[in-house]
Design a protein around this ligand. Structure first.
Ligand code: CMP
Length: 390
């Protein structure tokens, strides 16, 4: 059983872990991306009639192999999802249901499912369905993930903008219907008919198939065209701000200024801070994310740049705040994590890996003393407040 768990953990890191940056993970991702792109290319060539009948068996074989590989990928993801920190406290069946119902899980499933019912489906549509595989690429694009996160975070504001658009649409269709119904009963005879004009005008598309003829209708048409510009400016502004915010949160860059805000490093000279900045990696974690889990092997320590975390201790949890560090005990003792630490808010961390930790405390004995003092204080009073290394 331990081997099975180790295999599952390894496979999870290979397929899903966002912190894993190894060659193997890179190779798997590249392979999957190439498989998707090649398939889409094959569909487009096939659709354009560029492939003769002699190529059909080869194309069919390629599709079958791709479907088999994507099916294997789906089953693997379903198996390893229980390793995700978010689901660790859930029964495995519930964790797997979460994956099945997640947007990424649904895309993965819908990408393969129709091909298992190919006998009862029209082959022409089935072929085009492979274009849907492009959606699988979202998993590999942090930018697309930021866009999805921004959409989700701003869903209420966007819904508000949509309501404004609907009100504008209905009002302008009704007014135009009143102004033009006598002059053009065939085009503006009902509010429903006028709505086509309103959509085309407010979206500033203007096909020109429905145009006002009366003077009042033309004047009102101009006002609607201008209102259309403002109608789009609102959701565009909401999304721009939200995406920039997401990107800032995810891809913050470790620089000397950030490092100088960590109390442990603050008194060092700029050259030393620049050197230390090269050792630290940025990490953004959402609320409720478990950063370290009691009993896991210790391979790094963390510095808190923003947000708050909780060390799960009895009888009371302990809060860690900006400037605090954690994960030092495991590295000092070479022991497993002695507590679970979970993010309470959106949190930005700096990660110092084990080898760099040892390099650092060898080079700066005073830093070692500070970290050891904090660790000793934490050990002697298990539920004492997070001690800042200021
Ligand atoms: P480590 O054992 O590597 O992983 C869990 C971390 O929780 C531990 O290092 C400390 O950094 C932190 N920790 C443990 N006990 C306390 C405590 N009493 N107060 C604050 N932090 C603690």
């Amino acid at each position: 059983m331990p081997q099975i768990h180790a295999l599952r953990r390894g496979l999870y890191r290979l397929l899903e872990s966002h912190t894993e940056r190894g060659m193997a993970r890179h190779a798997v991702n590249t392979f999957l991306i190439l498989l998707i792109i090649t398939n889409v290319g094959a569909v487009l060539l096939d659709d354009a009639g560029s492939t003769g009948p002699q190529w059909q068996p080869l194309l069919q074989g390629f599709t079958d192999i791709s479907i088999a590989l994507f099916s294997a990928e789906y089953l693997c993801r379903l198996w390893v999802v229980v390793e995700n920190e978010k689901f660790r406290d859930m029964p495995p069946a519930r964790a797997r249901l979460h994956y099945i119902a997640s947007p990424a899980g649904l895309i993965d499933l819908l990408a393969i499912l129709p091909f298992y019912f190919r006998a009862s489906l029209d082959l022409r549509y089935l072929r085009l369905l492979r274009l849907f595989w492009l959606l699988k690429l979202t998993r590999f694009s942090p930018a697309m993930q930021s866009l999805a996160a921004a959409l989700y975070e701003e869903r209420r504001s966007l819904l508000g903008a949509l309501l404004i658009a609907i009100v504008l649409l209905m009002t302008s269709a009704t007014i135009m219907h009143v102004l033009e119904r006598d002059a053009q009963p065939a085009v503006f005879g009902t509010i429903l008919q006028s709505m086509w004009w309103a959509v085309v005008t407010l979206t500033t598309v203007g096909y020109g198939d429905a145009v006002p003829h009366t003077v009042l209708g033309k004047m009102f048409g101009g006002v609607c065209a201008l209102l259309g510009l403002f109608m789009f400016a609102l959701p565009t502004a909401i999304m721009t701000r939200a995406v920039v915010e997401q990107l800032k949160r995810r891809d913050f860059v470790v620089n000397a200024q950030l490092v100088s805000h960590v109390p442990l490093f603050a008194s060092l000279g700029i050259m030393r801070i620049i050197e230390i900045a090269t050792m630290l990696k940025p990490r953004h974690v959402p609320p409720l994310y478990t950063v370290v889990r009691k009993g896991d092997p210790a391979d790094c320590m963390y510095f808190i740049l923003s947000g708050e975390l909780e060390v799960q201790l009895q009888p009371r949890p302990v809060r860690l705040r900006v400037g605090d560090f954690f994960g030092e005990m495991g590295l000092l003792d070479g022991a497993p994590r002695n507590a679970t630490v979970t993010a309470v808010t959106d949190t930005q961390l700096l990660i110092l890996e084990e080898k760099d930790f040892h390099k650092l405390i060898r080079a700066y004995p005073e830093m070692r003393t500070t970290i050891e003092t904090v660790a000793a204080a934490r050990r002697s009073v298990p539920d004492m407040p997070g001690v800042s290394a200021a």
